[in-house]
Design a binder for this molecule. Sequence first.
Ligand code: ADP
Ligand code: MG
Length: 408
Amino acid sequence: MLKLKNIKKNYVTSNEVVKALKGINIEFRKSEFVAILGPSGCGKTTLLNIIGGLDKYTSGDLVIDDVSTKKYKDRDWDTYRNHRIGFVFQNYNLITHQSVLANVELALTLSGVDKKNRRKKAIQVLEKVGLKDQIHKKPNQLSGGQMQRVAIARALVNDPDIILADEPTGALDTKTSVQIMEILKDISKDKLIIMVTHNPDLAEKYATRIINLLDGEITNDTKPYNSKNDIKDGVDNNKKTSMSFLTAMNLSLNNLMTKKGRTLLTAFAGSIGIIGIALILALSNGVQEYINNVEEETLTSYPITIQEEAVEMTDLISSIKTDNNKTIHEDNKIYSNDVMSEMMSTMSSKVKSNNLEEFKKYIESDESNITDYTSAISYSYNLNIQIYKDSDSDVVQVNPNTVLDDCL
Ligand code: ADP
Ligand code: MG
């Protein structure tokens, strides 16, 4: 099921390269209780993290169900971690602001199980580890042993094939450690348990196989395994990680509520930005309105003139153009271009006249509210008043003035 092939792991720090694992070869059975034993700093945690997909190996290969993980994408690792592996850590890694039940349920939310089943399964595993009466407590109201049992329940709830435990009894007294070991031993009947420890007594008593590690190398393996000499064990590996929208919303809301102060601060900071934008928009809107007002007031001093007759220039130009396009001339002859006369004729034909008499009637009637919008209306009539001046010797025409006529 799991096979490590010449796994090496180097940690590169600023001034040196730490060779944490120096070529590890192990193969695990489908169900056994393996204890990895070794002094502090020999690479036990590193090895466990690589097996669990929490860390990447530098070279070598981790073969899962006969498939190399060299080409695993992030999503493949996610699926592997969420469906195949359960983690138990020395410091429990529980979420302190969530209840015991919620902590266990949380591990199921990534598997796409609905809420009702989640609760049922969570209660079942909590019962299995002997915590049925504590499910509504918060982790900090429990003893160390109880917290580790919650962590084991959380690791089990997804029904993984492999449980990885990193010094699960490291922070517990001997009596509690024994209880935890009993639970793990019970689980190992149908699962692969890989437990890191530096307590040889516990390993000796409970594990079915002990692997000794020293300075990143295996020094001893009490029960090596080679699948080539054994029947293969097939496991469904096609489940995908998913979380329903509702669950995601619930989790987010829960998270927001537990961090009220931060949420408030973020909301406050966000609102400053929004207020800023609103301020700029309001300002630009006000200025635009002011410009419009000024434009309107300035333009009102220019009167609108409505004449009796008018020619529209665009009509004129377009008519000339289309006329020209139509004419086809015979070669080798001279033709006159009577563009001017054409223009004059179209000008006279395109003249449009307004019925000013009716218009005047209309604007003076009650029907039009034109007085609401105008400050003054003045009419000018096309009349040339004949004015004469009686001088001593002669009578001189003043309007229309004839002086210019004389010049010409
Ligand atoms: P163990 O769990 O057996 O105590 P670890 O696997 O944690 O040992 O560490 C093995 C070696 O790798 C140690 O020498 C440690 O200092 C080093 N190491 C572990 N993690 C890192 C890291 N992130 N960066 C650099 N060195 C590391
Ligand atoms: Mg460690």
